[in-house]
Design a protein around this ligand. Structure first.
Ligand code: 13P
Length: 255
């Protein structure tokens, strides 16, 4: 059985004080990391403070990084620095990065490789727009995103990777994909991985759902066969809600 994961994506929210307050309220309360991976992805300047206070079971992630090792890339963040700070995860290819910062399938692929070079676990985001869904092309579109993102990766790397299926129309809109819609798209992702890698790889890779996940809908999402957890924006900003979500993941395991 795959270990469930709840990853909070704080996006451009929280000052240092707010981030520390959150960490102090959750770091001793999240479930044992043997059973659930609980992760918070914060803005870069607070990562060091959060890692220092993450406690035994919470883990910290970044929201983006550059694909090059170092150089004249003003304002960018390197994988080497993230590794140096003992950050464990990095979100790659979030739809907001693709839309506002011109990330392409090619740069996403380069970033995934770069993350592995520095022992960071990528949380690779894919997902379709409303227009694509309405045309009935969701699986076609997401299949292409997955194939491009995974190019050149070895079995061992894909096993470690976390994928987040986030339909763009469900992000921050209060509109969640139904658990069945989310599961169908996630199943398709797993099938694509099965066609590309040895048996066992696609069984291991964790695939999360993201898009308006809240304490009120997490149980139904996690009840689906292929949904291994959630990448959560808005609801992860509140410590109480975040703890409810990680507890729901623990309950999934016990069912
Ligand atoms: P919301 O949970 O706020 O819809 O955001 C989802 C998301 O983009 C997580 O990466």
């Amino acid at each position: 059985m795959r270990k469930p994961m709840i990853a909070g994506n704080w996006k451009m929210h929280k000052t240092r004080d707010e981030a520390l307050q959150f960490i102090y309220s959750v770091n001793v309360k999240v479930p044992n990391k043997e059973y659930v991976d609980s992760v918070v992805c914060a803005q870069a300047p607070v990562l060091r403070d959060l890692v220092k206070r993450q406690g035994e079971h919470l883990r910290i992630g970044a929201q983006n990084m550059h694909q090059e090792t170092e150089g004249a890339y003003t304002g960018e963040l390197s994988a080497a620095l993230l590794e140096d700070l003992n950050v464990d995860y990095v979100i790659i290819g979030h739809s907001e990065r693709r839309e506002y910062f011109n990330e392409t399938d090619e740069t996403v692929n380069q970033k995934v490789h770069q993350a592995f070079r520095y022992e960071l676990t990528p949380i690779l985001c894919v997902g379709e727009s409303l227009e694509i869904r309405e045309k009935g092309d969701t699986n076609l579109f997401v299949t292409k995103q997955i194939k491009e993102a995974l190019k050149g990766l070895k079995d061992e790397q894909v096993k470690e990777l976390v994928v987040a299926y986030e339909p763009i129309w469900a992000i921050g809109t209060g509109k969640t994909a139904t658990p069945e819609e989310a599961n169908e798209a996630i199943k398709n992702i797993r099938e694509v991985i099965t066609t590309l890698y040895d048996a066992g790889v696609s069984d291991n890779v964790r695939i999360l759902y993201g898009g308006s996940v809240k304490p009120a809908n997490i149980d139904d999402l996690l009840a689906q066969s292929d949904i291994d957890g959630a990448l959560v924006g808005g609801a992860s900003l509140n410590a109480k809600d975040f703890l409810t979500l990680v507890d729901a993941a623990l309950n999934k395991l016990q069912k």
